[in-house]
Write a protein that binds this ligand. Structure first.
Ligand SMILES: Nc1ncnc2c1ncn2[C@@H]1O[C@H](COP(=O)(O)OP(=O)(O)O)[C@@H](O)[C@H]1O
Ligand SMILES: [Mg+2]
Length: 360
């Protein structure tokens, strides 16, 4: 039978029949044994998605692409709550803007398909990030409960930081009641703590990237009936490769290996600012090249690092760092001019940089 051809000896690929069905409404994740793998969220027991794997295994890459495809292809609405600011550039790239926390739940209720983005990186501290996220999610859940008859699919997305909401009821409410209202939670972790393990069983769809933690692997194996060969395979997965496990509405479990998550690559951009004024957008690689031209590899990345925070580069801090390294001001000015930064911004930035150095 043809479907046997795409089956691993002990790791099932999606059956051709299911692959064809899910191709109609599913979203492309990557390839499994040379065939496209489409994620089907219609025939699973709930809409929640859990993504696990060690740092650097490809969780965020997948989440970015899930976000984009769910919004564009499935016309879903994504509520992305970002504790670290790591999604800011991607969100801007796909043409969305950030929303402030006061209007978030209201905007979500009114939004069609697309991404609603809340960046919490600039909150005072972790405690206030948690309290804002908690408040916003409580409002989102309140609105969810009031919805009736609209067929919109909504996904609340939280990368690793959901754990900070440990003491709060919001996640539990979303997981328990979400399905009824068409609300799913997409969340990720390194599967290294008890809390992660406890959350695991709440999601019908689980993406498993490379894992090393024994306890986590043991729990996965027990929950999903994995054999030793499959556990070994998970420990050996390369960056971007994952196993997808789904609890289907039919009561069956489906297990597929995705060779490499397929996504769009994007170039990281930075915003240059001086004081509180945002001045100029530039790709990170272009700025790095320019800095290398003035002062060589090591000093360039140090200077960039000194001025960068959450996708913004404070030009005056970067200039001060470069002057400290002995870079000649005139040369630096010339290179920054060539990037197209306007004269006013340059004058301001140099003035601030020089006066900050004099103060020290
Ligand atoms: N499927 C993929 N294809 C190409 N590059 C990938 C893929 N998955 C991850 N990467 C790259 O690997 C690095 C780590 O991925 P990331 O998603 O940030 O890991 P994690 O969130 O698990 O720590 C990033 O530079 C990312 O661009
Ligand atoms: Mg990540």
């Amino acid at each position: 039978m043809a479907s046997d051809l795409i089956r691993f000896p002990d790791l099932k690929a999606q059956e051709i029949r299911r692959a064809l069905e899910s191709a109609k409404s599913g979203i492309l994740i990557g390839r499994t044994r040379g065939l496209p793998y489409f994620l089907d969220l219609d025939n699973v027991i709930n809409p929640h998605i859990f993504v696990c794997g060690i740092t650097g295994s490809g969780k965020t890459y997948l989440m970015r692409n899930l976000m984009l495809k769910l919004a564009e292809i499935r016309s879903s609405t994504i509520a992305l709550i970002d504790f670290t600011g790591e999604y800011e550039n991607f969100v801007r790239l796909i043409g969305e803007k950030r929303t402030c926390s006061e209007n978030f739940a209201e905007s979500l209720a009114a939004k069609g398909s697309g991404v609603l983005y809340l960046n919490l990186a600039e909150e005072r501290n972790q405690k206030s990030r948690v309290s804002v996220a908690d408040k916003v999610l409580s409002q989102v859940i309140e609105n969810m409960r009031m919805r009736s008859g609209d067929n919109r699919k909504v996904f609340v997305m939280l990368d690793e930081a959901w754990k900070l909401l440990d003491g709060s009821k919001v996640l539990q409410s979303l997981l328990r009641e979400g399905r009824k209202y068409g609300y799913g939670l997409i969340f990720s972790s390194q599967l290294a703590e008890d809390m992660d393990l406890a959350m695991l069983s709440n999601a019908a769809t689980i993406f498993v990237f490379r894992l090393q933690n024994r306890q986590g692997l043991r729990r996965l194996a027990a929950n999903y009936g994995l054999g030793n060969g499959q556990v070994e395979m998970i420990q050996e997965l390369g960056v971007g490769s994952c196993m997808v496990m789904q609890s289907l509405a039919t009561g069956k479990m489906e297990l597929c290996l995705v060779e490499k998550v397929h996504g769009i690559e994007f170039e990281e951009t930075l915003m240059l600012k001086t004081g509180d004024k945002t001045r100029f957008e530039i790709t990170k690689s272009k700025l790095e090249d320019a800095m290398r031209e003035v002062c060589g590899e090591g000093a360039a990345s140090e200077a960039l690092h000194a001025g960068e925070k959450n996708g913004y580069v404070d030009l005056s801090v970067m200039i001060a760092a470069l002057l400290d390294k002995g870079t000649r001001g005139r040369k630096l000015l010339g290179v920054l001019r060539k990037l197209g930064i306007d004269e006013d911004a340059l004058a301001d930035s140099f003035a601030i940089a020089v006066s900050s150095r004099l103060k020290e």
